[in-house]
Ligand binder design. Structure first.
Ligand SMILES: Cc1cc2nc3c(=O)[nH]c(=O)nc-3n(C[C@H](O)[C@H](O)[C@H](O)COP(=O)(O)OP(=O)(O)OC[C@H]3O[C@@H](n4cnc5c(N)ncnc54)[C@H](O)[C@@H]3O)c2cc1C
Length: 473
């Protein structure tokens, strides 16, 4: 797998979000030797950890656009991949609801747009039928549009599965490694980190919010990134009875708007907001944002106002100017830039990877290894409707650690947290443990189990407990 000479890798990918990991997986399967560099200490620790977890159909994308093509294709690829990898998906479908005359007047054009995007099953639904389908909707709900193909998925396991598969076939994952400079040489590129230089024949920029800065290192200004913050509220599982499907608003040009959605973990999500910021790290939630969301939530589902909030969080979309997916190849520099994957990247990631591979094929890039056809890794069953290890007598009989409760709210066993610490892409902090096992993600948010989780992770990883006690999401 070694390309020879001074060049260590066929491809260096900057960014271990869902897009970078999907690209690494795809190219590694094609026979490339790949290194992925990310400044974060875990995969999927940027925008990919904080979204609304919807497997989109692309019904409301701009027909004919690259985004439309890649979302439609990506949805189909990811639905199959998730089924094979045991990643939780719920085929809830969605109901888009109009709340005033103006929104109602736009519904037929949304159905036309959906048809142009290949979603022939998207149809108008009268006001009476809307209420029959979702009886808890607020009194101002009008008619709507049914979108049966919008599903919910466990987003964290997706990035982790791509990374696990890539590592399993030889990809080198360098976390905690910021890329600080790039130089183009005769044989490829030199990727500078604070500690060393990595040499690769090709570079793929999948740096999300930092993609324009990586581009600038090679002299390109094809797009600029503005972080668009989306704040969200997670409601307790008892709120799940209030809806059976995703409740969508009529989208605007700026965002898909505030929705209410079930999650594969049994909770209910409300959000996101859409606020343009300057700070690319500002994932704080604000009192104003929460108040706005709660007001929207009460309008959509009045009973939601009385439900318990489990958690709040915010993610930053990489909104670009110009908008739309910004995927460019600069063959003279052996450089592919993947920017502007703003609101749909979880869904489209596998198709983005396929598209990037196609660009590289077109540039006659060659790889030092042979293609491999491994099955996806089998991911831990984290969905509310999956059989969790603590409810699986066969697993418990084989290893009693799966029957020993650690996090009671989310029914997580000691065995699962132990496994997360020793996986091929291991958890190295509490955020990583949360995303791999759901420990501390429940009603008490780690109030009861936090100390025990910290002690177990410290013992398993050899990390001092005091360095683990910050509890990021
Ligand atoms: C509120 C919200 C809701 C969303 N809802 C959905 C949804 O329901 N469905 C859907 O399909 N999509 C959704 N999205 C979009 C989706 O989450 C993103 O498109 C996707 O996560 C982008 O992935 P990425 O890999 O491009 O970026 P990221 O996950 O941000 O990964 C980029 C990585 O690059 C690293 N990096 C940056 N600069 C450097 C550097 N110089 N050196 C080293 N590493 C660097 C970062 O640390 C980061 O880990 C939503 C997004 C938001 C914010």
């Amino acid at each position: 797998m070694h390309p020879g000479g001074d060049v260590e890798f066929d491809v260096a990918v900057v960014g271990a979000g869902v897009v970078g990991c999907a690209i690494a997986r795809h190219l590694a399967r094609a026979g490339a030797s790949v290194v992925v560099l990310d400044r974060a200490v875990d995969v999927g620790d940027g925008t990919s950890k904080a979204n609304t977890a919807i497997l989109h159909t692309g019904f409301d994308t701009e027909p004919g656009s690259l985004e439309s093509q890649l979302v439609v294709r990506g949805r189909s690829l990811l639905a199959d991949y998730a089924a094979a990898a045991g990643i939780a998906v719920e085929p809830t479908g969605a109901l888009l609801v109009a709340w005033d005359d103006e929104q109602e007047a736009r519904l037929p054009s949304l159905v036309d747009k959906a048809a142009a995007n290949g979603c022939a099953d998207v149809v108008l639904v009268g006001a009476e039928e809307v209420r029959a389908r979702e009886p808890h909707l607020g009194p101002a709900a009008r008619s709507g549009v049914s979108v049966p193909g919008e599903w919910v998925i466990d987003p964290w396991s997706v990035t982790l599965a791509f990374a696990t598969e890539a590592v399993g076939i030889g990809t080198v994952l360098r976390l905690g490694t910021p890329v600080v400079g790039l130089d183009v040489g005769d044989e490829g590129l030199e990727v500078r980190t604070p500690d060393d230089v990595v040499r690769a024949r090709w570079l793929v920029n999948a740096a999300g919010l930092g993609a324009d800065r990586i581009d600038e290192m090679l002299g390109h200004r094809d797009f600029t990134v503005t972080p668009r913050r989306g704040q969200l509220i997670v409601f307790d599982k008892l709120a799940r009875r209030l809806l059976t499907r995703i409740l969508l608003p009529v989208p605007t040009a700026r965002s898909k708007g505030v929705l209410v959605s079930p999650t594969t973990w049994g909770n209910v999500l409300l959000g996101p907001t859409a606020e343009d910021l300057e700070d690319r790290t500002d994932t704080a939630t604000t009192a104003e944002g929460m108040a706005r969301l709660l007001a929207d939530g009460r309008r959509i589902l009045p009973d939601l106002g009385a439900e318990e909030v489990t958690a709040t969080y915010a993610g930053l979309r990489a909104a670009t100017e110009p908008g739309g997916y910004q995927i460019h190849i600069h063959g003279d520099q052996r450089f592919v830039s993947v920017g502007g994957i703003r609101s749909t990247g979880l869904t489209s990631a596998m198709a983005v990877a396929e598209h990037v591979a196609g660009l590289l094929d077109g540039a006659v890039a060659t790889w030092s290894g042979r293609p491999v056809a491994t099955p996806p890794p089998v991911m831990p069953p984290l969905g509310e409707r999956q059989v969790r290890p603590m409810r699986d007598p066969v697993r418990i009989a084989a290893d009693p650690a799966y029957g020993t409760a650690l996090c009671h709210c989310e029914q997580v066993s000691r065995g699962e947290v132990r496994d997360a610490c020793h996986a091929s892409v291991p958890a190295t902090d509490l955020g990583g443990v949360r995303r791999r096992t759901r420990a501390m993600n429940g009603r008490c948010q780690g109030f009861y189990c936090g100390a025990e989780v910290v002690a177990l992770v410290a013992a398993e990883t050899g990390t001092r407990a005091t360095t683990l006690t910050r509890v990021p999401r």
